[in-house]
Write a protein that binds this ligand. Structure first.
Ligand code: ZN
Length: 102
């Protein structure tokens, strides 16, 4: 699998480290619900198809960014900056991601 770092260009995936689901939202800072924080920390989907993930170019420039990867084929469909809001199944511009999941 090849991943395109926004600074360094396309590199082998071994130079990158997976971070997390890129769509997770922290509970509000004043939310003291044990269940809300447990869910944030431990509950994860196991999707099939286009899925936004955080990746870091850990063996390069260390930048964090978002990758829309098809979890079935490993095809990389789109990229976004770390602070850009994204939704699973949609490209960064809001258009349908396609993919082979579903
Ligand atoms: Zn880089």
């Amino acid at each position: 699998m090849r991943i395109r770092c926004p600074h360094c260009g396309e590199r082998d995936h071994t130079e990158f480290t997976y971070g997390a689901d890129a769509t997770l939202q922290w509970p509000a800072a004043d939310n003291t619900s044990h269940d809300a924080w447990m869910s944030y920390v431990y509950d994860r989907d196991n999707p099939r198809g286009p899925y936004w993930e955080f990746w870091q170019h850990s063996a390069g420039c260390h930048i964090w960014f978002k990758v829309l990867r098809d979890t079935l084929t490993h095809e990389i469909i789109d990229y976004a900056t770390a602070d850009q809001p994204v939704s699973h199944g949609l490209k960064a511009d809001g258009s349908a991601a396609g993919g082979n999941g579903a």
